[in-house]
Ligand binder design. Structure first.
Ligand code: NAG
Ligand code: NAG
Ligand code: NAG
Ligand code: NAG
Length: 386
């Protein structure tokens, strides 16, 4: 009896040990898998983007104002030549289907007025954020909010949000204090909700073209993205000043047709197999003329839930091909590894805690010594940064 009992005990220990070991192995495998998968995704997107379809216009060529407002009615049969011909004649004469004229509750309208002696604003960074996330704003403000000038280029930053949908008056009071103190909150009178993200992006563009019209570029950047200005500024200083849109571009992404999925898109919302090319949401940059054009065309194109896809629809209508750049680390491959972040323009999935410490950790970086640990990641990124 006793022996049997002890045996079982040993068996249990062996089992525990086995579980422990396999757990570790599993974690190791999972990490490796994640790394490989990210790498694969990157490679896939590189392939996809080198084929950046010239013929994509022939998928989605629109035929004019009559069909303008309803993307599902866009003709997909026109050839590129026909499309170009139409666009060269193209004027926006259709009727507005979207109203963007929400009043401002708070508006830091003067922040782009720079003294005449210095250059105009170069990049206006805009972070859409929930009105409830004051803590996160404090972190972001410290990281990218206080930068006014980098290498002689003027940088400005504002947060953009709608009206809170809960505890409205108390939160608006708190926002007022925050707004008075920091002068960087653009708050508009529409419901700040997840499914109003597209509207929020349009409001962001509207503020940019109205109150910062001389800025060369507008960068839309999410609240979980870290921006490395040391790479962004050189990229933009060499970039075209007009007709330019850049980010991590999806070229042939497909709508999700599984009804249980949160991102399910019905045939009615979008009937084609592919979306138009679009710079993915976490971070993208538009030259000011593109921001202006998108805002104008968007009044006439039915809104779509995914703000980045919607930007793509507008770019397509305007015949602007977004430029793909792997330096926009959409998959957050860098995590918050300073050596990796050093090589990118923007990196995704950065928590507040990591965002807060990253600038300091990058400053402290001893390139010769501590960057070996991230060799693999560096290798991935060496491929992309040109
Ligand atoms: C462009 O506009 C002109 C003048 O309205 C018209 O004659 C011509 O057919 C148009 N071309 C196309 C391709 O729509
Ligand atoms: C709204 O106010 C109530 C009562 O003060 C509080 O318990 C709740 O956490 C608040 N909700 C949000 C989202 O701030
Ligand atoms: C978006 O905001 C508008 C204006 O406040 C509101 O009428 C609408 O219900 C909101 N939509 C969603 C999905 O929250
Ligand atoms: C960086 O690391 C290298 C190699 O270990 C060392 O020689 C160098 O002094 C370090 N530099 C700093 C600034 O710590």
């Amino acid at each position: 009896m006793a022996k049997k009992y002890r045996n079982t005990g040993r068996k249990r220990n062996v089992l525990l040990l086995f579980l422990l070991v396999s757990c570790n192995v599993f974690i190791l495998m999972a990490t490796l898998y994640q790394l490989l998968e990210s790498k694969q995704l990157l490679e896939e997107s590189v392939t996809a983007s080198t084929e950046l379809t010239n013929d994509v216009s022939s998928y989605f060529a629109g035929s004019g104002d009559d069909e303008f407002s309803d993307p599902t009615q866009w003709s997909i049969t026109k050839t590129q030549e026909q499309f170009s011909a139409i666009l060269s004649n193209y004027t926006l004469t259709g009727s507005n289907v979207n109203n963007f004229d929400f009043p401002y509750l708070f508006n830091p309208s003067g922040i782009c007025n720079v003294p005449r002696s210095i250059n105009n604003v170069f990049v206006l960074m805009m972070t859409p954020i929930s009105p409830l996330k004051a803590d996160k704003r404090a972190v972001i403000r410290n990281v990218r909010g206080r930068l006014k000038e980098v290498d002689g280029y003027q940088i400005r930053h504002v947060f953009v949000m709608g009206r809170p949908t809960v505890n409205v008056s108390s939160i608006l009071n708190t926002l007022k204090l925050e707004s008075d103190t920091f002068m960087d909150l653009v708050v508009l009178d529409f419901d700040d909700s997840y499914y109003n993200l597209t509207l929020k992006t349009m409001m962001l563009l509207r503020w940019a073209v109205t109150y910062c019209p001389n800025a060369k570029y507008v960068m839309k950047v999410d609240d979980d993205v870290f921006v490395n200005l040391d790479n962004l500024i050189p990229l933009l200083s060499e970039a075209p000043r007009e007709g330019y849109a850049v980010g991590y571009v999806y070229v042939q992404s497909k709508p999700i047709r599984k009804t249980w999925n949160k991102w399910y898109v019905s045939e009615e919302e979008w009937s084609y197999e592919f979306y138009p090319p679009y710079p993915t949401g976490p971070a993208y940059v538009l030259s000011m003329d593109v921001a202006r054009a998108v805002l104008k065309s968007a009044r006439r194109i039915r809104m779509f839930r995914m703000e980045d896809v919607y930007i793509g629809m507008n770019l397509l209508k305007l015949s602007i091909k977004p430029v793909h750049h792997n330096g926009f680390d959409r998959y957050g491959i860098c995590q918050s590894l300073p050596c990796c972040v050093r090589n990118v323009i923007a990196t995704h999935y950065i928590t507040s805690v990591r965002m807060a410490t990253l600038p300091r950790r990058m400053e402290q970086l001893n390139y010769t010594k501590s960057c070996h640990a991230t060799k693999v990641i560096k290798k991935i990124h060496r491929l992309e940064l040109s």
